[in-house]
Design a protein around this ligand. Structure first.
Ligand code: PGA
Ligand code: ZN
Length: 424
C-alpha cells in the first residue's frame, strides 16, 4: 500500500528545474521518478506546469507542481495498492480534473505515476520491464542515435532537428551501441577535418553549421563507411524533421525557402531514393492532416513515418490518425500524455493497428531510466535517447545493456525487422 508521496524540484540536463517524486510503500520500499521536458513541444501535449515566477529560474520553477504532488495527488492515492496502476492513474486524472492536466500539471502527475510503477515493481521484487511486461517482455530495441542536432536543439542553421544512426545490422543491443559509439567518434573527426565546429547540441549530437540537410546525411554515410561499416545494411539513417517548428502561415520555411507540403513531400521521396533512410519523424506539421495523408500514400510503404507532435502519445489523436490512414508509427513520450496507463493505451492501439512504436526521451532529460524498461516491457523494438554520449542520454542505453544481460538467452534483438517497411 502507498504510505506517503513526496516531491522536490531538481535540475534537468539543460539546467532547468523539473519534478522528482518519491513513493514510499508500507513494506518500506522507496522508489523515485524524475520527469523530462521538451523544447520543440507539440501544441497538443499535456500541460507542463511551471511557476512563472521570474525571480526564480527565469519563471521555470516547478514548485507549484511539487506542491500539487505533496498536497493533492499524493494524499489522493495514499492507502491504495501500488500494483493498481490503472486505478491510481485514474485517481490522478480525476484529482486534476482538467482535460490536459493543466491544474496540477502533467509533470506532477507523471512523476507520481512512474514512481508508483517503480515502487510496485520493487515491492514485487521484479525488474520494472518484467513487472510491466510480464514473462514475454524480451525484445531489445534498436537504438536510434541522434548524432547531428539542429532545429530547436542547437544554435546552428540546420532545419532538421535530428539525424539518426540506426544500427539495424547488429546482432545485439550491446553491439548496436558499440557501432553507434564508434561511428559517433569517427563523425567527430570527419566534421573537424572539414572545418566544422564539434560542439554538442541538447541531445549530445554534434551541432555543426552545415549548409544543407543533405550535407548532414552525407556526413553520416561517410562516417559509417570510415568506421568500417556499410551504410544501409549495417547502419541505416533516420531523420526527425520536427516540421511543426518551421511551419508558419501555411508554408514550410526550410533551407531558406518557402515550401508547400507537396514540394517538401517530393523532397523526402528524393531523400529516401538517395540515402538508406529507415524512418522520418514529423516530416510535416502537427495539424497538416491532408498533407500527412498524401505523404503516407506516397512514402508509407518504403519508410517508417513517425508521428510525434502529430500524435503526442495521445490515444485519441492516434485513433484519429489511424482512421485517416496517416503515418505508420507512433513516437512514445510519457510526458506528452502524463500517465503510464495512457501511454500504454497509446502503444497498444498502435500495435493493434499495425503501427510501429519508438520510445523517446525528451531534449531536457534526467538520470531517470524508466523508458529503457518500458520499451522492453512492450516489445516495441525501437528507442531514441540521443547520442551515445552525455550521461542523461547514455543512462538509458546503459540500462538496456543491463536488461540485455539480465535476459540472457531470452533477449532478442530484432534488427532490421523493427522497420518492416524498409527494403534497403
Ligand atoms: P523535444 O524534442 O524533447 O525538444 O520535444 C524531441 C523530439 O522532437 O522528438
Ligand atoms: Zn520529434
Amino acid at each position: 500500500l502507498i504510505e506517503a508521496v513526496n516531491a522536490r524540484e531538481i535540475l534537468d540536463s539543460r539546467g532547468n528545474p523539473t519534478v522528482e517524486v518519491e513513493v514510499l510503500l508500507d513494506d518500506g520500499i522507496v522508489q523515485r521518478a524524475a520527469v523530462p521536458s521538451g523544447a520543440s513541444t507539440g501544441a497538443f501535449e499535456a500541460y507542463e506546469l511551471r511557476d512563472g515566477d521570474k525571480s526564480r529560474y527565469g519563471g521555470k520553477g516547478v514548485l507549484k507542481a511539487v506542491a500539487a504532488v505533496v498536497d493533492e495527488l499524493g494524499p489522493a492515492i495514499e492507502g491504495v495498492d501500488a500494483s493498481e496502476q490503472r486505478i491510481i492513474d485514474e485517481i490522478l486524472i480525476e484529482t486534476d480534473g482538467t482535460d490536459n492536466k493543466q491544474r496540477t500539471g502533467a509533470n506532477a502527475i507523471l512523476g507520481v505515476s512512474l514512481a508508483v510503477a517503480k515502487a510496485a515493481a520493487d515491492s514485487a521484487d521484479l525488474p520494472l520491464f518484467r513487472y510491466l511486461g510480464g514473462p514475454n517482455a524480451h525484445v531489445l530495441p534498436i537504438p536510434l542515435f541522434n548524432v547531428i542536432n539542429g532545429g530547436e536543439h542547437a544554435d546552428n542553421g540546420i532545419d532538421c532537428q535530428e539525424f539518426f544512426l540506426a544500427p539495424i545490422g547488429a546482432s545485439s543491443f550491446a553491439e548496436a551501441l558499440r557501432w553507434g559509439a564508434e561511428t559517433y567518434h569517427v563523425l567527430r573527426g570527419e566534421l573537424k577535418a572539414a572545418g566544422y565546429a564539434t560542439g554538442l547540441g541538447d541531445e549530445g549530437g554534434f551541432a555543426p553549421d552545415l549548409p544543407s540537410n543533405r550535407e548532414g546525411l552525407d556526413f553520416l554515410v561517410q562516417a559509417i563507411e570510415k568506421a568500417g561499416f556499410t551504410a544501409g545494411s549495417d547502419i541505416a539513417l533516420g531523420l526527425d524533421v520536427a516540421a511543426t517548428e518551421f511551419f508558419k502561415n501555411g508554408a514550410y520555411h526550410f533551407e531558406g525557402k518557402d515550401w508547400t507540403a507537396e514540394a517538401l513531400t517530393d523532397y523526402y521521396v528524393d531523400l529516401v531514393d538517395s540515402y538508406p533512410i529507415v524512418t522520418i519523424e514529423d516530416a510535416l506539421a502537427e495539424d497538416d492532416w491532408d498533407a500527412w495523408k498524401h505523404l503516407t500514400d506516397v512514402l508509407g510503404t518504403k519508410t517508417q513515418l513517425v508521428g510525434d507532435d502529430l500524435f503526442v502519445t495521445n490515444p485519441q489523436r492516434l485513433a484519429d490518425g489511424i482512421a485517416r490512414g496517416v503515418a505508420n508509427s507512433l513516437l512514445v513520450k510519457v510526458n506528452q500524455i502524463g500517465t503510464l496507463s495512457e501511454t500504454l493505451d497509446a502503444v497498444e492501439l498502435a500495435h493493434r493497428s499495425g503501427y510501429t512504436t519508438m520510445f523517446s526521451h525528451r531534449s531536457g532529460e534526467t538520470e531517470d531510466t524508466t523508458i529503457a524498461d518500458l520499451v522492453v516491457a512492450v516489445n516495441s523494438g525501437q528507442i531514441k535517447s540521443g547520442a551515445p554520449a552525455r550521461s542523461e542520454r547514455v543512462a538509458k542505453y546503459n540500462q538496456l545493456l543491463r536488461i540485455e544481460d539480465e535476459l540472457g538467452d531470452a533477449a532478442e534483438f530484432i534488427g532490421r525487422a523493427a522497420f518492416p517497411r524498409y527494403k534497403g
